[in-house]
Design a protein around this ligand. Structure first.
Ligand code: AMP
Length: 132
């Protein structure tokens, strides 16, 4: 069965998309640690990031770097933190989290509750920065 993220790429499940190309897709995490928390995935469905073929793996990080620059341009933050967990969804993904402090990267902390309008505004801002 396709992963939830493959179903997002296929358009079967909605997402707050921020960037896409032929091989990669980036969208807002629905349970964000901070406004602008973004997930970057390969369209190719592989569970564990370190099992990706070399080309897809390298391309994923290159695409994530471009998305991170757009996140930083669109969301006020000191840095964009990077994490790979994969404890929940078995489809390789990189978390990009706008940081004000080190504690913003604590995945055990309570997630932000955002309205659909806020998610949409953030996604639009990141997407516009990405496409500039
Ligand atoms: P992990 O696999 O531990 O890296 O966590 C998976 C992440 O995916 C969590 O931060 C979830 O909030 C996020 N997530 C799960 N389902 C969705 C979805 N449909 N749209 C956006 N983010 C999701």
């Amino acid at each position: 069965m396709a992963s939830i993220f493959s179903r997002i790429v296929a358009g079967e499940i909605p997402s707050w998309k921020v960037a896409e190309d032929e091989n990669y897709y980036a969208f807002l995490d629905i349970n964000p640690l901070a406004e602008g928390h973004t997930l970057v995935i390969p369209k190719k469905e592989v569970d564990y990031i370190f099992d990706l073929d070399d080309e897809t793996y390298a391309g994923l990080w290159q695409f994530a770097a471009r998305v991170a620059k757009a996140v930083r341009a669109a969301v006020p933050c000191k840095r964009v933190g990077v994490a790979v967990l994969g404890m929940e969804v078995p489809h390789a993904h990189i978390h990009l989290v706008p940081l004000q402090t080190e504690g913003d990267m604590d995945f055990r902390k309570e997630k932000k509750q955002l309205s659909p309008e806020r998610f949409a505004a953030i996604a639009t801002a990141i997407s516009e920065a990405f496409n500039q």
